[in-house]
Ligand binder design. Structure first.
Ligand SMILES: NC(=O)c1ccc[n+]([C@@H]2O[C@H](COP(=O)([O-])OP(=O)(O)OC[C@H]3O[C@@H](n4cnc5c(N)ncnc54)[C@H](OP(=O)(O)O)[C@@H]3O)[C@@H](O)[C@H]2O)c1
Length: 234
C-alpha cells in the first residue's frame, strides 16, 4: 500500500459506504471533506471522525455548484489528494412504470453528478502530477438488472468513464480507481429489497476496508465479493 492521503473528499458520505470509507480514512489521519445533502448526519459523522472529518453541504445533482465547491476546497487545502464520487441513488425504473422524473433523478446523481465531481479535479491533479480519483460504480455495471435499467446504465457509464480516464492518465502520476461493489447493507440497499434477489450481502464497514485498501494501492478495478465478480465476468 502507498502512503496515506493528507486530504480527501468523499461525496455521499452521510450514510452507507461513503460514511464507512470516510471513517476508515479519518482513522488513518486523512482530513476528509465529507459531502452530502443531509448536513445533520454529516455533523454526527464529524463527531465520530477523530477531529479529521469536515462536513460539506453538497447536492451533486447541481453540477456547476458541485464543480465550484470542490475546486474551492481544492484551493483552500492546497490540493485534494483523493476525490471519491460515491453519491448515488438506486431507485427502480421498471419499464412499465418509469417516468422521466424517475429516470432523470438517477441520471442527475449517478451520471452527471459523478462526472462533475471527478471533472472538478481532473486537470488540476494531472497538472500536479499526483492524486487519486475514485468512482463508486456497481457490479450492476456489468449486467442490465431487471427493474433497474437506469441504475445499471448509469453504473455502466461510470465504469467506462473511469476506464477511459485510466488510459488518459497513465504515466501522469494520477491514479484512477473503479469500485464495483455487490450488495452492501445501506439505505440504498434497503430500498432495492424485493426488486432483486440479494446474495452475499456485506456490512458497510467490511466494504470500506476493502475499498480503502484498494484506493491506497491504486487498484484499477475492485469488484467484490468474488462470488458475484465471477458471475458478472461470465
Ligand atoms: N449498497 C449497495 O449494495 C451498493 C452496491 C453497489 C454500488 N453501490 C453504490 O455505492 C454508493 C453509495 O451507496 P450506499 O449503498 O452507501 O447507499 P446510501 O446509504 O443510500 O448512500 C447514498 C449516499 O449518496 C448521497 N446522495 C444521494 N443523492 C445525493 C445528491 N443529490 N447529492 C449529494 N449526495 C447525494 C446520500 O446523501 P444525502 O441523502 O445526505 O445527500 C448518501 O450519503 C452509490 O453510488 C451506490 O450506487 C451500493
Amino acid at each position: 500500500m502507498s502512503a496515506d492521503f493528507k486530504t480527501a473528499l468523499i461525496t455521499g458520505a452521510s450514510s452507507g459506504i461513503g460514511r464507512a470509507v470516510a471513517i476508515w480514512f479519518a482513522r488513518r489521519g486523512t482530513i476528509v471533506y465529507a459531502a452530502a445533502r443531509r448536513t445533520s448526519m454529516l455533523e454526527e459523522l464529524a463527531a465520530a471522525g477523530h477531529g479529521n472529518i469536515i462536513p460539506v453541504a453538497l447536492d451533486v445533482a447541481k453540477e456547476q455548484a458541485t464543480v465550484d465547491t470542490i475546486q474551492r476546497i481544492d484551493d483552500e487545502c492546497g490540493g485534494l489528494e483523493m476525490v471519491m464520487a460515491n453519491a448515488g441513488v438506486g431507485d427502480p425504473t421498471p419499464a412499465q412504470h418509469s417516468t422521466w422524473p424517475m429516470v432523470e433523478r438517477v441520471l442527475k446523481v449517478n451520471v452527471t453528478g459523478a462526472a462533475a465531481t471527478l471533472t472538478a479535479v481532473l486537470p488540476r491533479m494531472a497538472k500536479r502530477g499526483r492524486g487519486t480519483i475514485v468512482g463508486v460504480s456497481s457490479i450492476a455495471a456489468n449486467r442490465g438488472l431487471g427493474a433497474f435499467s437506469c441504475y445499471s446504465g448509469s453504473k455502466a457509464f461510470l465504469s467506462v468513464f473511469l476506464e477511459s480516464l485510466q488510459v488518459d492518465l497513465h504515466g501522469t502520476g494520477v491514479k484512477v480507481v473503479c469500485v464495483e461493489p455487490g450488495y452492501v447493507k445501506s439505505e440504498l440497499n434497503d430500498r432495492m429489497k424485493g426488486h432483486v434477489p440479494m446474495m452475499f450481502v456485506v456490512e458497510a464497514e467490511h466494504a470500506a476496508e476493502k475499498i480503502g485498501r484498494a484506493i491506497l494501492s491504486g487498484k484499477r478495478v475492485l469488484t467484490f465479493p468474488w462470488q458475484l465478480a465471477w458471475g458478472a465476468a461470465g
